[in-house]
Design a protein around this ligand. Sequence first.
Ligand SMILES: Cc1cc2nc3c(=O)[nH]c(=O)nc-3n(C[C@H](O)[C@H](O)[C@H](O)COP(=O)(O)OP(=O)(O)OC[C@H]3O[C@@H](n4cnc5c(N)ncnc54)[C@H](O)[C@@H]3O)c2cc1C
Length: 365
Amino acid sequence: MSSYFDFCILGAGLAGISLAYELSKEDVSVCLVDPAGVAAGASGTPLGLVNPATGRFASKSWEAELCYAKILANLELIQDTSPVQFYKQTGVLRPAMDKKIASRMHENFRLQDWPEGWIEWKDEYKLTSFHPGINCVDGGVWLPIGLTVDITTYLKSFAHYLSMQSIHQVYDKSYSLEKRTDFWELKFTSINSIKAKHVVFATGASTIQSEFWRGLPIHPVKGQLAVLEPESPLNFGHAISARGYIASLHSTQFAVGSTYEHSFETEHTDQQGLDYLLDRFRKVLPDLHDNSKVVHQWAGIRASTPNRMPILGKHPSHQTMSVFAGLGSKGTLYSAYLAECMKDLLLKNIDVAKEVSINRLDFIT
Ligand SMILES: Cc1cc2nc3c(=O)[nH]c(=O)nc-3n(C[C@H](O)[C@H](O)[C@H](O)COP(=O)(O)OP(=O)(O)OC[C@H]3O[C@@H](n4cnc5c(N)ncnc54)[C@H](O)[C@@H]3O)c2cc1C
């Protein structure tokens, strides 16, 4: 005996879970499969930021207003179902660390079309009064709308919510994928097979390990993050983004991230990664660095693309197979809006924006 679904989503990270939610609102049957469980990939990062001021110079990110509104709505929806607080509007402070960065940040602050209330320029005096002890050169930007998210708890709560919405979920079981004439079949060793009209790969950096997506320009980038405990409770609640980020949801612990390792020998944490994180942290907040101890270290592999934009779309040789991957370091911000775009592609055949479309790539199989 087997089960038959309209859609089978492979991967229960930010991409897969957000897409399952979008499809759950429609009259289609959906199955979510992840042999490693919920948030087992890059989405397992202990704390991440939703920060629409991106890159070294705090440029406004792609479709920032739409992306921010969608992720906030999803966070609010799922927070209401969970007893554990997994996100907070902490704001994000972005001190400039040298004169060139300060000047480019100021230019982006002045010239980009930021929504009212999203961003404020603070000169050096104002910035160091706002956060005494922080290092900066010539000032920086403050984004009161920035969010800090415990992504794993968000996704685990989301998966629980989806089970209440009749989304079938299969975790911790390996399978093989085979093409039949009119459907795809996932064959498991320990449970009955699953058949689906359409399969979506939301498999992050692992996507290119599939025979169907070999050659897609996705590059694995390792990221490490450290969790620290301060000697006395933190006296600030905002997140900081400079030479990486410093984020907390509670005054007794904070996370320092992240490395961007384009070549690596192990997927695990290592001393070199920790040294890098602590060195950069010390340059931003020297006092806190000297008065905190590392209690945990974490590593994950994100999927990056040549222009750092995600990849969404149908497989050129199999119209009943799609990909939703390459979320890079902005996965949380992008996940909810892109899931809606992906749903429109799958159900209404509405093309996704060219910036995120697979069609922008030279991917032929
Ligand atoms: C250290 C670090 C810090 C980060 N900080 C931030 C941050 O501050 N803000 C932010 O927005 N983003 C951040 N990110 C990035 C963000 O976490 C990613 O963009 C996002 O998690 C990617 O989600 P995804 O669902 O595409 O991939 P993943 O989370 O990697 O999920 C892919 C899933 O697919 C599963 N899978 C793999 N192969 C198969 C298969 N064959 N079949 C079924 N399932 C499969 C995996 O088990 C995994 O669960 C950070 C990432 C790292 C590593």
